[in-house]
Ligand binder design. Structure first.
Ligand code: HEM
Length: 414
């Protein structure tokens, strides 16, 4: 029994290690971090192998792992900050690689090993018998693979990054605090009417179709998690901040199921770009956001473009629409510094604004952020301070993606 618990602990350790490795890979950190990432990946492999061994040769593996753990623990503690781990053979070295190579990840793993090996009575009690230790579900093992698949979709055509961000936002942005139905991303209702037919979602059928092969390859991920996680991955892959993400959403299976659960969200909850500040507040306050969060979230319009065949509007907001940056705020701020920078475009389409080059556009709702006295200071702040924008955007976007999802369903943060 001891050994099967070790096996399951090591298996969980391996999926955790992969989860630790992913954000580092996606952020393209320094070579030192890359080296650490390599070690973590190695550690994950080692843990997987050890788990297999423990499963097969129960008693022997338990002994080896226990002995190795206690002999490696001391060495690993001193090496944990440095992230190095030597080669060689034998169980002790394998575990040393696992613990030392993973750096900060060491503490987590060691805590679990301690609990299994009886080094901490409290922890051992918590995980006694065959019952799983109480707590949230770990980040699923498929998370890293799904992230890689989303990244390669974007690498094949970088216009897909912004489209996936819009999918995540429109999946979540139907939420109404205390509303009936509550709306939000849980259920992945956008696959069915009425959300599928909502004019505000025009074009997002393309995003959903793009993700279909990923769902087929990883059937355990729910559509609701996939539609939101893809947006989080896209932000980071386009150079933006890491978006804390928790898996656990589930899917409705049909329009009839949504109807019988009285969970269908009628059109009209997503914002109308032709309106002004009070409409923006109505929509985002309904979700529970404040003025600062509204401005931060709107910064996603540095990405992507409007399409005449989807919204009727036309053109990109920034000169680098596939790179996450604070350029949107910089461009809005030009109007504050030099009134008349943005002018109403003369054309047959809906009212929108153009910059002096004629290449860029702003929607009436974008301009409302500088017309409104309470929104304007945040535009100025984010124009000057990209780090502040990234930090506030990451927090608000993470909140958005989890709106309406029962806390009890959500697992650990990836
Ligand atoms: C007042 C609030 C908002 C309004 C009125 C609005 C409106 C629009 C419109 C009209 C489009 C063009 C769609 C098309 O023609 O393809 C668009 C695109 C986009 N929106 Fe928003 N949006 C708002 C808030 C947000 C938020 C909160 C986010 C994300 C956090 C977001 C992310 C995007 C992205 C990334 C695109 C580009 C999609 C692409 O390139 O295919 N928007 N938005």
């Amino acid at each position: 029994m001891q050994s099967s618990r070790i096996a399951s602990v090591l298996a969980r350790a391996s999926s955790r290690a992969a989860a630790v490795a992913r954000p580092a890979a996606r952020r393209n950190l320094s070579s030192a971090a890359d080296a650490a990432k390599g070690k973590v990946k190695e550690a994950a492999k080692t843990a997987e192998a050890a788990a297999e061994a423990a499963k097969g040769k129960a008693k022997e593996a338990a002994k080896t792992v226990e002995g190795a753990a206690s002999s490696a623990a001391g060495a690993a503690k001193s090496a944990a900050g440095g992230g190095g781990g030597g080669g060689g053979g034998g169980g002790g070295v394998i575990l040393f690689g696992l613990l030392a190579g993973a750096g900060g990840y060491y503490a987590y793993t060691q805590g679990m090993l301690d609990s299994v090996l009886g080094k901490s009575d409290k922890a051992a009690e918590a995980s006694s018998g065959d019952a799983k230790p109480a707590g949230k579900a770990p980040v699923p093992a498929y998370a890293a693979k799904v992230a890689t698949a989303v990244e390669s979709l974007i690498d094949d055509d970088d216009n897909r990054g912004p489209l996936l961000v819009r999918l995540a936002w429109h999946s979540s942005g139907t939420y109404a605090k205390g509303g009936s139905p509550a709306g939000g991303s849980d259920g992945a209702r956008m696959r069915f009417s009425p959300e599928a037919k909502d004019g505000a979602n025009a074009g997002l059928e393309k995003a959903r179709a793009l993700l279909e092969p990923i769902k087929k390859a990883h059937p355990d991920i729910s559509y609701a998690d996939l539609y939101t996680y893809a947006g989080a991955v896209a932000i980071e892959h386009m150079g933006g901040p890491h978006i804390p993400f928790r898996f656990g959403r589930s899917d409705f299976r049909s329009e009839a199921e949504i109807a019988s659960a009285k969970a269908a969200v009628a059109s009209g909850r997503l914002p109308d770009a032709a309106q002004g500040a009070s409409h923006i507040r109505d929509v985002f306050y309904r979700m529970g956001f404040n003025d600062q969060e509204i401005v931060a979230l709107s910064g996603a319009h540095t990405l992507g473009r409007c399409h005449t065949d989807r919204s009727g509007f036309e053109g990109p907001w920034s000169f680098a629409p596939t790179t996450m940056s604070n350029q949107y705020f910089d461009l809005l701020n030009k109007e504050i510094e030099k009134p008349g920078y943005w002018t109403v475009r003369k054309w047959d389409g809906p009212k929108q604004y153009k910059d002096p080059t004629g290449e860029l556009m702003m929607l009436p709702t974008d301009m409302a952020l500088i017309e409104d006295d309470k929104f304007r200071p945040y535009v100025q702040l984010y124009a000057k301070d990209e780090a502040a924008f990234f930090k506030d955007f990451a927090a608000a976007f993470a909140t958005l993606l989890h709106l309406g999802v029962d806390e009890a369903k959500l697992g650990e943060t990836a």
